[in-house]
Design a protein around this ligand. Sequence first.
Ligand code: 6PG
Length: 468
Amino acid sequence: AQSQIGLIGLGTMGGMLALNIAEKGFDISVFNRTTSVTKSFHENAGELASKITPCENLEDLVASIAKPRAIILMVPAGDPVDQQIAALRAHLDADDLIIDAGNANFHDTERRAEEAAKAGPRFLGIGVSGGEEGARHGPAIMGGGEQQDWDRVAPILNAIAAKFDGTPCAGFMGKGGSGHFVKAVHNGIEYADMQMIAETYGVMRDGMGLNSQACGDIFAKWDEGALKSYLIEISGKVARATDPESGEPMLDIILDRAGQKGTGRWTVIEAQHLAAPVPVIEAAVMARNLSSRLDARKQGEDMFGAAPEALPEGALSAEDLENALIAGKILCYAQGFELLRSANAPFDWDLPLPDIALVWRDGCIIRSAMLDDMASALSESPDRNLMYAPYFADLLKAHHGALRKVVSIAAAHGLAVPALSMALSYFDTMRTARGTANMIQGQRDFFGAHGFERTDREGTDFHGPWAM
Ligand code: 6PG
C-alpha cells in the first residue's frame, strides 16, 4: 500500500515527527539527503518500522505516496527549503501539497505560498513547537495557507498534536505565512518568558545569595501556583541538576552566553514594522545579544566594579519575585497578543486570537496554566488588550506592586532586570492618560515645524511660538 504522507529531512525534529506520525497509525515515507541517515532511522524505528517506508531518492519517495500527495519538509529554514521545493516540483502534480514544518521566516512562507498559487504544487506553512519531546509525543501546531489544504492534512496533524483535555493543540491561523507568523510570536514570548525567569534567578543568586539548589526549589514551588508552566518546571530542573563531571551545580558550570537562531529577533523586527509595542520581548532579545559580549562585560566589571548586588536581609522575598513574575508574564503576553492583532490589517489576516491561546495551552514551549485563562478572556472579548480583561486586571492590581518592588530594589542594587523593567514601564505607560509626548511634539514642531494637536481645540496643524 502507498503511504498517506511523506517527510523529508530526518534531523532530530524530522525524525521525531515521523515516528509520531507512524505511531498514530499513518503510513509514512521518509527521505533524507544522506541515505545512511534514512537507513539507520528505519533500522532504529523498532515496531514502528513497518509503518515507515525509507526512500533513497525523491523519485522513490514521490512514487511511494498516495495521490494527491502530502509531503512534510523538515529541513533547515531558509535556502534549503527553497532548494527542496525546487527539486520536488519536477516530480509533483499541481494538486500535491508541500508542508513546510520548519521554523521559517513567515515572509519566506508568504512568498512560497504566492509562488505555489502561480506554479503549484500547493503549499502549507506550519509552525511546530515543543522541541524534540513535543515532536515525538505531541507538539503544538500553527498552520497557514489555504483552508482546503489544511483540512486535507488536519486528521494527521490533529492526531500527532498535543491534547489539552482531549482537544488537539493544532489550529489553522489563516492564509500564507500566518502560521509561521504565529509561531514567531510564540518564540518571541518564549524568549521573554525565559528572560524574566532568568532575571528572578539572578536576583535570587546575586541579591539574595541563594545557591542553585535553593533557586531550583523555589521554581519547583512556583510550578504549583499561578506560574505553573513548562518553562518554570524545566528552570527548576535545570537549577537542581548536578554536573556529573565536576559534581558542581550544573547551572554554575554553564557559560552565561545565550545562543539564538533568530526567531525572537524576527518577532521584534516585525513588531517594529507594525508599530506594535513589545518591549518585554525586545528586552529579552537585547539581553541575549548582550550576553554574548563576554569580554566587554568583563572589561566593564574591571573598570566600574561589580554592582553592589547583595540585598539587605529580607529586602525581597521569594513571594515578591513570584508575584512580580505573574505581573510581568501577563504584561508580556498582553503585548504578544496585541502584536498578533496588529498584523491582521496589513497582512489581510484574521488571526483567531482565542484559538491561538487554545493551541498554546499544551505541546509548545510556552504552555502554561495561564494560557487557558487567556483563551477564556480572549473568547469573551477578542479585541480587548489582555491586561484589561477582568481576570487579568485583578491579577495585575494585586501584583503590580510586587513588580515595582522587585524592579526598584534590583535597580538600587545594580541587578539588571531589563525584561521585568520593561514590563513595569509598559504597565505604567498604559495607565497614564496624560503622558509626555506633548514634549516630543513640541520638540518636533520647534526644529521641523511638524505641527501638533491641541488639547483645547480640534485640528492637527498647530504651531508653537518658537522664536527662530
Ligand atoms: C519551539 C522552540 C524552537 C526553537 C528553539 C531554539 O517552539 O519548539 O521555539 O522552535 O527553535 O527553542 O530557539 P533559539 O535558538 O532561538 O533559542
